[in-house]
Design a protein around this ligand. Sequence first.
Ligand code: 9MG
Length: 264
Amino acid sequence: MGIVNVTPDSFSDGGLLSGPEDAIRHGARLADEGADVLDVGGESTRPGSDTVSIDEELDRVIPVIEGLSKALPDVPVSVDTRKPDVARAALDAGARIVNDIGGGRDPEMLGAVGPSGAGVVLMHMLRDPKTMQDDPRYADVVAEVTEFLRERIEAAVFAGIPEERICIDPGIGFGKNVDHNLALLRAVPALRPLGATVMIGASRKGFIGVLTGVEEPSERLEGSLAVAVVAASLGADLVRVHDVAATVRALRVSDAIVRELVDG
Ligand code: 9MG
């Protein structure tokens, strides 16, 4: 999954996407580099970030989703949003997946996705982006996140979304310290029996900076590749990344070695 951020801080993702045309070009490039899905987001989810209004988010994402869906009909576009109104408008504009970092906890969200036939990504997050990194604590992070995801799958199925359209994500960096992130990455094999597709998003995240000493997010490529390779080798089906070309090359090699062990 290639990341297409349409937020004012997206310059720190490696290049300012100044308008919809820029974002569409960027998405097309990621697809050309091998992305199977493009994730379009109009609200920053970085630690400490504030929410934006529905209208602002719609203005940012809808033209990009329309443009990408028309230009690349074979590449599913996902909308990264926590807002049911934005999800509905994005699905009307051509999105085929809703990536909800709120895990479908807003009671309207699963209802918006269910009848549409779209897929959904249900991610674990502690509290919200504004406060999630304020001393996150768990008695047992793997057990708690796994139980949350099991319960969200059940809720999604109840809302009419079949398991094959559900993807789960432990939410690396969303209310987790370095040890929590590492424990959750080691626990990828424990997520597979839940029956949904498993996704990991760790690209350029803070814990990679801590582990490598690289402060600038756009320079965290090697650490991001290491996480993608390990996650896929442990059974993740999807990785959400900024650096698609490099990740695709790394995964071609690691998949050639281990994928048949993972898939049985
Ligand atoms: C929007 N976004 C940022 N990081 C993410 C992650 O790790 N997973 C998902 N599903 N979405 C993310």
